[in-house]
Design a protein around this ligand. Structure first.
Ligand code: LCS
Length: 404
């Protein structure tokens, strides 16, 4: 990172740790007047010094802001921050996580291309590929990407993109990113990773060979359940130029106020995820020992099928888990209706613990067959652990699971 700022402000070095980079976001323009907190450039347009200067900026011969859909100092500060956290070079902020995914797919694929995608992805991502991209003659094959052999078998000479979510929403299966990157590249395909569940605090897919990282900033990165936003992160300059142009043309860009809120939230990313994942581990162990619980999926449990893989490619096991109460669907609904501290609602990654039922909520748009293939069964309850005191969360789950 380079900074023209004078001493003492916003200068994280390349080798700085995640918390340092999260707190000291960099944008030479945004912090021009030595503001400690990034100002909000709540403007749609920027004035040019002269007709000639305006023309030079439009031609790309001179740096300068033009119009907020194309660029804005507050949004740039967020883009730089998230790119630094992800060990990437460029960020493209989007109106939502889905805008990040849809812009990436529309920007990288053309008619006739083939996509390989994880069975278990956020429901609308599956729908986007199956229902929308197929209208443009983009064909998708959904597979269990945590099984590397299945990835190898699914890639064809026409495969342009391998889309992976790991840990997966909502099943928490873990895909081997380094192996996927190698396989995708051997077929001249790109590896796109949705890193929302892990967050860059726990996993940096570029270090494992990914080409594009997408995020729902709505989740851990913002962390306060008060913003919807997304980000595309890139290392490669050519891919950045391509997707930047597609994003500004399609228009799914971010608003400066949205960017400012996320800049505020991201400062505590490390602290929040550290607390939430420590609680998730305790809750997973509690649930596994509970007589009313049939099964628990959390990568931090030694008997999780991908525990060792998660240990290798992540710096912690995350704050997401799912479990099946004994008694199937009615038992799952009973738990959801009985919790008092855990909030019954979709989303994740906020300071408050959220509980929901993917089969009838976040993944309801998927066909019964697709849900079955992904392991999104009727008894599956998803828990997004927040930063409350863990004993309070365990007491709440215990009373919700109690007989009678
Ligand atoms: N990727 C993942 C892994 C997600 O979990 C979500 C949203 C998105 C992308 C889309 O992000 P958005 O457009 O909402 O910012 N996941 C949600 C969930 O599991 N419950 O509610 C939203």
């Amino acid at each position: 990172m380079k900074s023209p700022n004078s001493a003492g402000l916003h200068r994280p070095t390349e080798s700085a740790g995640l918390n340092t980079k999260a707190v000291h976001s960099e944008s030479s323009e945004a912090y021009k007047n030595r503001a400690v907190s990034c100002p909000i450039y709540q403007t749609s347009a920027f004035a040019f010094d002269s007709a000639e200067a305006g023309a030079r900026i439009f031609r790309g011969e001179e740096a300068g802001f033009i119009y907020t859909r194309i660029g804005n100092p507050t949004i740039e500060a967020l883009q730089n921050t998230v790119a630094a956290l992800e060990h990437g070079n460029y960020g493209l902020a989007t109106a939502s996580g889905m805008a990040a995914t849809s812009t990436t797919l529309l920007g990288l694929l053309k008619s006739g291309d083939h996509v390989v995608c994880s069975y278990a992805v956020y429901g609308p991502t599956h729908v986007l590929l199956e229902r929308e991209m197929s209208r443009f003659d983009v064909r998708s094959t959904f597979i269990e990407t945590s099984d590397t052999d299945k990835v190898r078998d699914a890639l064809t000479p026409g495969t342009r993109l391998l889309f992976v979510e790991t840990p997966a929403n909502p099943t928490l299966t873990v895909t081997d990113l380094a192996a996927c990157a190698e396989l995708a590249h051997s077929r001249s395909a790109l590896l796109v990773v949705d890193n929302t569940f892990a967050s860059p605090y726990l996993q940096t897919p570029f270090d494992l060979g990914a080409d594009v990282v997408v995020h729902s900033l709505t989740k851990f990165i913002n962390g306060h359940s008060d913003v919807v936003g997304g980000m595309i992160v890139l290392r490669d300059e050519k891919l950045h130029k391509q997707l930047r142009s597609v994003l500004t043309t399609l228009g799914g860009t971010m608003d400066p106020h949205q960017a400012w809120l996320v800049l505020r939230g991201v400062k505590t990313l490390g602290l929040r995820v550290a607390q939430a994942q420590a609680s998730a581990q305790k809750i997973a162990e509690f649930l596994r020992g509970h007589e009313s619980v049939a099964w628990v999926s959390y990568p931090g449990l030694p008997d999780h099928p991908h525990h060792e893989r998660a240990r290798r490619q992540m710096r912690g096991f995350g704050a997401m888990l799912c479990f099946g109460p004994k008694g199937g669907f009615p038992a799952a609904q009973r738990v959801l209706n009985r919790v008092q501290l855990c909030t019954l609602g979709v989303s994740l990654g906020g300071v408050e613990t959220l509980i929901q039922h993917p089969a009838t909520m976040t993944h309801a748009g998927m066909s019964a067959e697709a849900k079955a293939a992904a392991g999104i069964d009727d008894d599956l309850v998803r828990l997004a652990v927040g930063i409350e005191d863990v004993d309070d969360l365990i007491a709440d789950l215990d009373q919700a699971l109690a007989e009678g």
